[in-house]
Unconditional design. Structure first.
Length: 318
């Protein structure tokens, strides 16, 4: 069974000595004898998916040809996150070679960089999980980042960040709320200025929703917050992907965890237009970005399992 994290990368990456290894050592030292690094998380199965994703970010970070660098990912993942990653990949071994998460992260990093270049200074990350963009990316002065996440997930994240003494590169404002509740009001209560444009991320979220009605609710609430010139970046899976037999073992595991993959669409553009966005750009899985010659031996086309089954989407509010 292929493991996640440092053990899953090429041997050439073992010399990769960046801030991530220092952070993990710092965290282990601070909590020596306390056991916090391997503590049982109070999060439910859905919350634990954030630590699985952190394990995937750690693996991408450790690659010599990495698409981004997240020195916090390994600490956020911990042994629990790596173990969950390994279990999921045991259900579908080809996932261990899939760099879709790396592409998604880099794509949305670049979307945010573009938003900053045109003057946006507010960022809202829905279902932020173990997202470390407030710390790992450079931000212009005056940038405010709202991380919206369920309280129990943020509690774990804050414990790790406090233990590390981590300092964000922007004005980071956690917003502890379930997205089933009135998260728009909670964001505004945290200081969001609805008359100023913002960049919104809806990353790795929509697949967990029950149906299109729920997806539209989230997107329309975002559209309601977004003033003209605001931007949004997100990812979607095709509905037909969720019904493919080869994915059944993974689907069952996610269901057993209480984190079922349920929502997909074959028409992302219509979804976004109906929610109130314009200038919708959809990149299909057969045309994922960052195809480079030096990645030829690790083809990103693994994300293209059968036809166009995965979409990276950007749109604007006009």
């Amino acid at each position: 069974m292929r493991l996640c994290g440092a053990q899953a990368v090429n041997e050439s990456a073992t010399d990769f000595n960046d801030r991530g290894s220092q952070l993990k050592q710092q965290w282990a030292t601070k909590n020596l004898g306390v056991g916090l690094l391997n503590t049982e998380s109070p999060m439910d199965g859905l919350g634990m998916t954030s630590r699985w994703v952190a394990a995937l970010r750690e693996r991408e970070t450790l690659r010599p040809d990495r698409l981004f660098e997240d020195p916090f990912a390994g600490v956020f993942a911990g042994e629990e996150g790596r173990r969950l990653c390994a279990m999921i990949e045991s259900d579908l071994p080809s996932l261990s070679n899939n760099r879709g998460l790396g592409v998604r992260t880099r794509f949305l990093d670049d979307m945010l960089a573009t938003a900053m270049e045109v003057g946006l200074r507010q960022v809202v990350i829905l279902a932020a999980g173990m997202d470390a963009r407030a710390y790992r990316l450079k931000w212009p002065d005056g940038t405010v980042i709202y991380e919206v996440e369920r309280p129990e997930v943020l509690a774990y994240k804050e414990t790790v960040l406090t233990g590390l003494g981590a300092v964000p590169n922007a004005d980071r404002r956690p917003v502890p709320i379930d997205l089933q509740d009135d998260f728009a009001t909670a964001i505004q209560d945290a200081g969001f200025v609805s008359t100023e444009p913002a960049a919104f991320l809806v990353e790795g979220l929509l697949v967990y929703l029950p149906d299109e009605f729920a997806a539209q609710r989230i997107l329309r609430m975002v559209a309601g917050l977004a003033s003209p010139s605001s931007r949004i970046g997100l990812d979607l899976v095709a509905s037909r992907l969720l019904a493919m037999p080869f994915l059944a073992p993974v689907m069952q595991r996610m269901s057993d965890m209480g984190a079922s993959w349920r929502y997909g669409t074959d028409d992302p553009k219509s979804l976004m237009l109906q929610a109130g966005f314009s200038d919708v750009q959809v990149i299909e899985s057969r045309r994922v970005p960052y195809e480079r010659q030096d990645l030829a031996d690790s083809p990103l086309s693994n994300a293209n399992l059968v036809g166009d089954t995965y979409f990276l989407v950007t749109a604007k509010r006009t």
